[in-house]
Design a protein around this ligand. Structure first.
Ligand code: ADP
Ligand code: MG
Length: 615
């Protein structure tokens, strides 16, 4: 092969431009990135050795060698891993193949500036080497017996050069880094040793540093909890998540039956989907006896747990399991069930022992838990215990669990009551609360988009039905009239009014009545018994699906002066009474989120005002 020049993909050039020019205080992360690539390459080779018959240089030790040369101002990181063929070099070291790097670029476009923070957050993989290098030489030979060795050289500007490497190049990859003038500290043995010591014990392969053995290889997830320190837990998280931040919480557990299982799972501090990038990929790797089988198995955990980072190791898995087999494997499903259960229990425990950590968890990850309620039928009851809401009994911003709510339920209270709305102040002024307040019942405020789906899926908690208080079929116990002497429509008048409104707006309402469910407004609109909740209706509509017709009910407040006036007016001035009634029912529908076309309300108001002023 002739030596030839290749251009970097445009995105790579953009990325390199940022990486090279960013003043980045933690630039030592590039060492971690390269060591982690070396370790990945060795993991992949180890698995190949178990599953393929022919591997180049099968007897070669699986280790990483790192050497510094202070005089030449170089650092070299070498591994005996799977290496790369020429095509692979072009793909992996010439384009953006790595998802973390893609995210980094997207995040850069979102935020103006701030590259340094972002580099720390995502790790930009191989290309981070150009934070410290003005020239990099990668010499690599694939594990495949016939593959030729290649050499890739670049200054991290426009492109790179490819040429054939000597035939005796050993299997694996060697990265020779020529350091920039201001980065020459990375050719000093003490400094590199210091950097490597931070995480080298989490690398699953021996590291030789300037000919000396450096690390103790240990899979901390296989160890006994008692033998792992807090620093080790944190260090391992930083290593596998490529991040500089400590995790929010971790769960470490092992089981012997029914499946031999070791798992170490972390919740990061930040929501990986927060900054507007799409769904994150699963970051829990699957091992069998410390051998990595799949670093991003799709079906290992349910989707709603995709924010977790960590390791699951089971010696019951066959080592030669293929990705396809992983997709549909009953053992994997069992493992998934066990871990999911344990993790939910871990969170329940966290809520009890470290309420502040749980609050933080909830503030960041609540939507994943809610997604779990909607999508994980078998776990939803358990997940119900993790939900938190504000309520009529909590202070603004404070949250309660469903269990605590149930603990406060009144003796004559059968159901759990909820009310949906955009914010607390709107909910606090809702006339639907009147009847519940009169009975001293607590109502949960559900203010997140999607909450109606969550509650529809949950349906019950602790055997108690969850009921939205804007529904017509709410069954409330009788309550003594708090103001028996206040003026009120006579029973016959009330019935006459209800019948008249029903007839006037033929077919619009399934029922019109007067009721003590409303005391603070003239009227409320209630969802009919079989009606689809407003949020679900809006969703169906947005999805272009057919929205089932709704049949709201109207309940008038027989003590409201406007309603009392309406009862008279309908006998003397039908036209004005109709306008007034229209105004009252439309306002009620609007508050209930059930008014299809708000402009009718505006038009009607105008007519009503004109008519009143002309009197
Ligand atoms: P990531 O490791 O997240 O995939 P990187 O940017 O660190 O992203 O590396 C890009 C790709 O380059 C890797 O996925 C791998 O295929 C290849 N690669 C990098 N370093 C090595 C290495 N030492 N041995 C073999 N392949 C490597
Ligand atoms: Mg990498």
């Amino acid at each position: 092969m002739e030596k030839n020049t290749h251009q970097f993909q445009t995105e790579v050039r953009q990325l390199l431009d940022i990486v090279i020019h960013a003043f980045y205080s933690d630039r030592e992360v590039f060492v971690r990135e390269l060591v982690s690539n070396a370790s990945d390459a060795l993991e992949k080779l180890r698995l190949r050795q178990l599953t393929e018959s022919a591997v180049h240089e099968p007897e070669r030790d699986l280790r990483i060698s790192i050497t510094t040369d202070e005089e030449a101002h170089t650092l070299c990181i070498q591994d005996a891993g799977i290496g790369m063929t020429q095509d692979e070099v072009v793909e992996y070291l010439g384009t953006i193949a790595h998802s973390g790097t893609k995210k980094f670029l997207e995040a850069m476009k979102e935020s103006q500036g701030g590259a340094q923070d972002l580099i720390g957050q995502f790790g930009v993989g191989f290309y981070s080497v150009f934070m410290a290098a003005d020239k990099v030489e990668v010499t690599t030979r694939s594990w495949q017996p016939e593959a030729k060795a290649v050499k890739w050289t670049s200054d991290g500007q426009e492109g790179y050069e490819l040429e054939e490497a000597p035939a005796d190049t050993p299997r694996g990859t060697s990265i020779l880094i020529h350091l920039k003038e201001d980065a020459q500290i990375f050719s000093r043995a003490e400094h590199v040793r210091y950097v490597l010591n931070k995480y080298s014990n989490f690398v699953g392969f021996p590291i030789d540093f300037n000919g000396e053995h450096l690390n103790t290889v240990q899979a901390i997830w296989m160890k006994n909890k008692k033998d792992v320190t807090a620093e080790e837990y944190e260090g391992f998280f930083k290593f596998i998540s490529h991040s500089e931040e400590a995790p929010l919480t971790h769960m470490h557990f092992s089981a012997d039956a029914p499946i031999v299982l070791n798992a170490l799972l972390y919740v990061p501090t930040e929501n990986p989907e927060a900054m507007g990038f799409g769904r994150c990929e699963p970051e829990v790797s699957l091992y069998c006896r410390k051998v990595l089988i799949d670093s991003k198995p799709e079906k290992l955990l349910p989707e709603w747990l995709r924010f977790l980072v960590g390791v699951v190791d089971s010696e019951d898995l066959p080592l030669n399991i293929s990705r396809e087999m992983l997709q549909d494997n009953s053992l994997l499903r069992k493992i998934s069930g066990i871990i999911t259960n344990r993790f939910i229990k871990h969170l329940e425990g966290l809520a009890k022992t470290e309420p502040e950590s749980y609050e933080k968890f909830w503030a960041t990850f609540s939507r994943y838990i809610k997604e779990g309620v909607v999508t994980s039928w078998e776990h939803k009851a358990q997940l119900g215990k993790l939900l938190r809401f504000q309520s009529t009994f909590t202070e603004e911003g404070k949250l309660t669990s469903l269990a605590d709510y149930v603990g406060r339920m009144k003796e004559n209270q059968k159901d759990i009551y909820v009310l949906y709305g955009p914010n607390r102040s709107q909910l606090e002024h809702s006339p639907y609360l009147d009847a519940l307040k009169a009975r001293g019942f607590e109502v949960l405020f559900l203010m997140d988009g999607g909450d109606q789906f969550v509650m529809d899926a949950l349906m019950k908690f602790d055997d108690k039905d969850i009921k939205s208080i804007d529904r017509a079929d709410l069954e409330l116990p009788e309550v003594a009239d708090a103001t028996p002497d206040a003026p009120c429509l006579e029973a016959a008048e009330a019935e006459g009014l209800a019948t008249w409104v029903g007839d006037t707006f033929k077919d619009r309402f399934s029922k019109v009545s007067t009721s003590d469910r409303v005391t603070s407004a003239p009227a409320i609109a209630l969802q009919g018994a079989g009606d689809v909740a407003p949020e679900v209706r809006a969703y169906l509509k947005a999805m272009g699906q057919e929205v089932p017709e709704s049949h709201p009910e109207i309940a008038f407040n027989p003590r409201n002066p406007v309603v009392m006036k309406l009862a008279e007016l309908r006998k003397t001035d039908t036209e004005l009474a109709t306008l007034l009634a229209d105004q009252l029912v439309n306002t009620a529908l609007l508050r209930a989120g059930m008014l299809e076309d708000p402009s009718t309300l505006a038009e009607n108001s105008q007519q009503l005002l004109e008519k009143l002023l002309a009197r």
